[in-house]
Design a protein around this ligand. Structure first.
Ligand code: MLC
Ligand code: AMP
Length: 505
């Protein structure tokens, strides 16, 4: 096959008038119309000077056009680099220059602010608004509606997804065509997706979950998606009766449960609810089952690996577990210190190997070598255990990571900014339980001797440099940070002391 990812996900739908995207305004975009738009974009990218293997960075609101850019990139052999619209110009500057992106596509409203970012990295710039308008639309107008698919091999890069790092520097995870295609094929089969399915899609499309899991699965299965711009409770409730499946982060499920409109009748047409990206509390799973009769199917994945494990479609979906390794995925538990494999039942580091596991971090061979073993096992940083029946549970994280509403936040990145502020001696950032987001960011600062830093002033200084979702919900001044005898900051002590701060009720 010339371009396996394109041919399997997109090419096979060419000329088909079947529905692909149902939009909230009642319009429907067919597979064919979507592909014709993608072809025009692909021509526009070539005209902008992009060649196979070049990176295209995209920071726009979710829209059918944004998804067509993904399709166009795959068809033209361009590496797709999607970015959260919440990122500030500072954050974006790093991604664009680190990746060496040749083109940045952003919202017209941000074009002025981001022009120096693109110029500084030597990238061209085009704009795309949530309504589809902008300089990309102009560049694509009049372009042919078919495009000669660029040949690619399985090991060629299709996506570059940045994940934050424990050092504060984000790393670009290189995803190959095979990584994406093999995983989507397994998931279609494991979760029994067919063209009769209608997926309610309310996730962002700049992360693995909404892009590679939800979208790729539906493109392979052939059914349509109800494509909502974001998770809006009223809209989700309005559209649930037309859907057969939904994928979401746990916050989707707790928000639905908080609404009395969630009833058995509302979801009578549904076949499957899937949760991932963050731990689903067993109580959420049970409450959802009691209210709707549906057992949420929980699965476990990562940017670097796509999906690793899943509860079974048929058979018991066990609350608090992430199920079994997917077909083709090997999962082992190792001693975090020595790397030696541990016997079943012991708690240790989760390592995974398979065609789903990424190629490495972009331009970071040392980081790659630290986390990806020569024998192909990837060290996830998640701590887990396998029970006697083979179910995997995640019991903790070896990495200093907060997951808030399904977004990953690395404390180090925030601490580095807090430490720079006048009057701050040192800082610590931790995640504490939060009823809506699962975890919320909490910051602590220790003043320099004789200084009295004002938390509000500090947030005002740090805020514009950090995406909103990373902002500490509270910044607390302490005389000193708790430390162990080795002098290491005891974040667990801070977490324990403040765990009730955002408690429900
Ligand atoms: C928004 N805000 C958040 C936030 N999302 N703060 C913390 N954590 C989040 N996740 C901020 C907003 O900026 C706003 O700030 C305030 O919180 C209230 O916003 P909201 O309107 O309530 O938020 P909403 O837009 O409804 O978004 C919440 C959400 C969204 C949970 C629906 O974050 C979301 O769609 N998350 C999904 C993330 C995801 O797809 N993860 C997959 C990663 S892939 P203010 O201060 O301006 O009011 C992966 C691999 C795998 O992990 O296994 O899948
Ligand atoms: P990301 O780097 O954004 O892809 O996030 C991946 C991380 O999310 C994993 O390493 C886990 O820590 C976490 N994660 C994903 N799915 C689950 C799940 N079902 N339960 C608990 N944690 C999860």
């Amino acid at each position: 096959m010339a371009n396996p990812l394109h041919d399997r996900l997109f090419g096979r739908h060419a000329g088909k008038d079947t529905p692909f995207l149902h939009l909230p305004d009642g319009a429907t975009l067919s597979h064919d119309a979507f592909l014709r738009l993608a072809a025009r974009y692909a021509h526009a990218f070539v005209a902008a000077g992009l060649r196979p293997g070049d990176r295209l960075a995209l920071q726009v609101e979710k829209s059918p056009q944004a998804l067509a850019i993904y399709a166009a990139a795959v068809q033209a052999g361009i590496v797709f680099l999607p970015l959260n619209p919440a990122y500030t110009a500072d954050e974006l500057g790093y991604f664009v220059s680190d990746s060496g992106a040749r083109l940045l596509i952003c919202d017209p409203a941000r074009a002025e602010a981001l022009r120096p970012v693109a110029a500084g990295a030597g990238a061209a710039m085009l704009t795309l608004g949530a309504d589809g308008a902008g300089t990309l639309a102009e560049a694509a107008a009049g372009q042919p509606e078919s495009f000669d698919t660029v040949a690619r091999r399985g090991e060629d890069l299709a996506g570059l997804l940045y994940t934050s790092g424990t050092t504060g520097r984000s790393k670009g995870a290189m995803m190959t065509q095979t990584n994406l295609l093999s995983n989507a094929e397994v998931l279609v089969d494991y979760w029994r997706f067919t063209e009769a399915d209608v997926l309610l899609h309310a996730l962002p499309i700049f992360h693995t979950h909404g892009l590679f899991v939800a979208t790729n699965v539906m493109l392979l299965a052939g059914g349509p998606m109800i494509f909502l711009p974001k998770f809006d409770l009223d809209q989700v409730i309005a559209h649930l009766p037309r859907a057969t499946a939904m994928m979401g982060v746990p916050t989707f499920y707790t928000r639905l449960l908080d609404d009395p409109r969630l009833t058995r009748d509302l979801v009578a047409h549904m076949r499957l609810f899937i949760s991932g990206s963050a731990p689903l509390l067993a109580e959420t799973h049970e409450a959802f089952a009691a209210r709707t009769g549906h057992r949420i199917l929980e699965r476990y994945g990562m940017t670097e690996t796509n999906m690793n494990t899943s509860n079974p479609y048929e058979g018991a979906r066990r609350a608090g577990t992430v199920g079994f390794p997917l077909p083709g995925v090997e999962l082992r538990i190792t001693d975090p210190e020595t790397g030696a494999e541990l016997p079943q039942g012991e708690v240790g580091m989760i390592e995974v190997r398979g065609p789903n596991v990424f190629k490495g971090y972009w331009n970071m061979p040392e980081k790659t070598a630290e986390e990806l073993r020569e024998n192909g096992f990837f060290i996830t940083g998640d701590i887990g255990v396998i029970d006697a029946r083979g179910y995997v549970s995640i019991v903790g994280r070896a990495k200093d990571l907060i997951i808030s509403g399904g977004y990953n936040i690395y404390p180090k990145e925030i601490e580095l900014l807090l430490d720079e502020q006048p009057g701050v001696l040192e800082s610590a950032v931790v995640g504490v339980p939060h009823p809506d987001f699962g975890e919320a960011v909490l910051g602590f600062i220790v003043p320099q001797k004789g200084a009295a830093p004002d938390p509000d002033a500090i947030m005002a200084a740090v805020g514009p440099r950090l995406a909103r979702f990373k902002h500490p919900r509270r910044l607390i001044v302490l005389d000193e940070l708790p430390r162990n005898t080795m002098g290491k900051v005891q974040k667990n002590v801070l977490r324990a002391e403040y765990r009730g701060l955002f408690a429900a009720g």
